[in-house]
Design a protein around this ligand. Structure first.
Ligand SMILES: [Ca+2]
Length: 248
């Protein structure tokens, strides 16, 4: 967020500087101002639009959009470069990393030079939404999940310490709890385990969390939790492999 504000402020300063410069030095003030504002508007529009193109060009993040044969992406880039070139601007796209995570992301640096001002931003896009991702850090994983047989039949008590929205900072948004009759030590096993709704939102990092699982058939159960932030960044899986027996 701070980076975004800095970027916007930088653009405003550049824009203000251009207006002052245009007013002081040019007889055709309005034409010069118009030209400068068009470069800025073009840059911000391309910056927004490119995220949608990367979303479509990656099957919503299923595969990398950064491939020379990907005409959705390269076609858009060529078109934008040609349009801006016809206004005397130099536009460039520099491909960064594609990460197949949750959510899948793509990083790119966009530059636009209008002969006087250089607009540049390195952006990470959420490929599921096509939107710019300002929160780049997933919640920390839970490291102290424990399971204990409950006082009543079919109940198991879970406890853990809350992590944060960004690793161990802040407040995450959601818990996903799953259980199985086998240990859950990989994301694949987690996704195949049985979902159990947690009826509260995470507290701030470091807060003890208590939760009672109910109405289990007799047997031994393993538990694991994944933590999400508000844009659905997922933590890694919680510590292996707390388990407890439900009595009958
Ligand atoms: Ca976060």
């Amino acid at each position: 967020m701070i980076l975004l504000m800095g970027f916007i402020i930088a653009l405003i300063i550049i824009g203000m500087g251009t207006i002052v410069y245009s007013t002081a030095s040019s007889n055709s003030r309005s034409a010069s101002l118009q030209s400068s504002m068009n470069a800025y508007d073009s840059f911000t529009n391309i910056r927004e639009e490119y995220g949608k193109v990367l979303m479509f060009g990656s099957g919503s993040g299923a595969y990398t959009p950064f491939n020379q044969s990907n005409t959705t992406v390269s076609g858009f880039e060529s078109k934008m470069m040609n349009i801006t070139a016809s206004h005397g601007y130099i536009l460039s796209f520099k491909w960064g990393k594609y990460l197949d995570e949750s959510p899948p992301t793509a990083e790119v640096t966009i530059q636009l030079f209008d002969g006087m001002n250089r607009f540049e931003d390195t952006i990470t896009y959420n490929l599921k939404t096509g939107r710019i991702l300002y929160d780049l850090i997933p919640p920390g994983n839970i490291t102290d999940l424990t399971a204990v047989t409950g006082a009543a039949d079919g109940k198991i008590n879970l406890s853990w310490t809350a992590s944060g929205d960004d690793c161990d900072i802040g407040i995450a948004s959601e818990y996903e709890l799953r259980y199985s009759n086998q240990s859950i030590d990989t994301m694949a096993k987690f996704n195949n385990a049985t979902f159990y709704p947690v009826n509260f939102n995470p507290d701030i990092n470091g807060t003890p969390q208590l939760f009672e699982v109910r109405e289990l058939d007799p047997g031994t159960y393993y538990f694991a939790i994944v933590v999400y932030d508000e844009i659905l960044h997922a933590s890694k899986i919680s510590n292996c492999c707390p388990n407890a027996t439900a009595a009958n």
